[in-house]
Design a protein around this ligand. Structure first.
Ligand code: ISE
Length: 329
């Protein structure tokens, strides 16, 4: 039984603790830390009596903790992930690995020096049955060579006045990862186009359209809209030389009533990607290695930063990733 320590019991840490306790085999939540001790204690209790640690570094090195899940705020990921690498413990870090290329680079260097892959990054969409089916169809040759990936990523509401860069590094980063993963190639050029901003975002440049060109010449267009109001909605269509694969959100149940035909949309990503999160955690606990690596986390943030430059300058930006370290080949 793997004993997992969770750092950060906000929206994601709490959800991971719930899934580890109720729906994942071979692991239990053994320790939790949060800046808010009351919140940590609540999650510890709901997890069947985990220990509450006042200090996250003590949790990381504790002999009763085998593996660590980092779900604290994005800017704290680096320090905790580095401490896990130093302690030689597997760590699943929520996305993004870190908000800057420099911070991701330091994690990559530390892991490379340790000589062991310890870091997994929580790009859960890689485990979503819809996305995995899309990738399988592409690999089976059902749609021929891929040409265009259309993506829609909408949240009902974000923090008012959220900087435009955060829309990219926190939300669109999912599509940056899924494009690399699905097409199995790197993004080499990006541009970002912002229409008139919605009046519901408190000044956030929202929505945005990202155009991503890949090494083979395919193009992905990503609409990211974090104040779309009506619900949580993630969709995609992959267009190939012979056909297309469409990814639509669950649920499969359609209500027809009073002259309407519709499906209920979730309020956020947790119900939409519940199965993806469960499969991601099971994969991590089993050590199957299906998750994004530190290299993938670095690459996603590298592309995200190029997108931020593209947004700020209004010009297309080349993306030239450094060579991938041997450890990730
Ligand atoms: C959030 O952090 C997530 O990761 C969600 O999947 C994404 O849809 C949302 O925009 C992010 O803020």
């Amino acid at each position: 039984m793997k004993r997992v320590g969770i750092i950060g019991t906000g929206i994601m840490g709490t959800d991971h603790a719930r899934l580890l306790t109720s729906s994942v085999s071979g692991a239990r939540v053994a320790g939790v830390h949060d800046l808010d001790p009351v919140r940590a204690a609540e999650v510890a209790l709901a997890s069947g009596g985990a220990r509450v640690f006042g200090n996250p570094y003590e949790l990381i090195v504790d002999d009763d903790i085998d593996a660590v899940l980092v779900a604290s705020s994005d800017d704290t990921h680096e320090e905790y992930v580095l401490a896990c690498i130093n302690a030689g413990k597997p760590v699943l870090c929520e996305k993004p690995l870190a908000p800057t290329v420099e911070a991701c680079g330091r994690i990559l260097d530390a892991e490379d020096k340790s000589g062991t892959r310890l870091v997994s990054v929580g790009f859960m969409r890689r485990f979503d049955p819809g996305y995995t089916q899309m990738k399988r169809m592409l690999q089976l040759g059902e749609i021929g060579a891929p040409l265009i990936l259309h993506c829609v990523h909408r949240n009902p509401a974000a923090v008012p006045g959220l900087p435009g860069a955060a829309v990219i590094t926190n939300s669109a980063v999912h599509e940056l990862d899924i494009t690399r993963w699905l097409l199995d190639e790197e993004i080499i050029e990006v541009s970002v186009h912002a229409p008139r901003a919605t009046s519901h975002g408190g000044g956030t440049p929202d929505p945005q359209i990202l155009l991503l060109r890949t090494a083979s010449g395919a193009v992905a267009d990503v609409e990211v809209f974090v104040n779309a109001r009506y619900g949580y909605d993630v969709r995609a269509e992959l267009v190939g030389e012979l056909g297309t694969v469409t990814l639509d959100g669950p649920p499969p149940t359609v209500l027809r009533r009073s002259g309407m035909d519709g499906r209920a949309l979730p309020a956020d990503w947790r119900p939409r990607f519940a199965e993806a999160y469960r499969l991601e955690l099971q994969d991590w606990v089993d050590g199957t290695g299906g998750a994004a690596t530190a290299w993938d986390g670095f690459a996603a943030t590298f592309v995200a930063q190029a997108c931020v430059r593209a947004l700020e300058t209004g010009t297309a930006q080349p993306v030239a990733l450094p060579p991938m370290p041997e450890l990730y080949r």
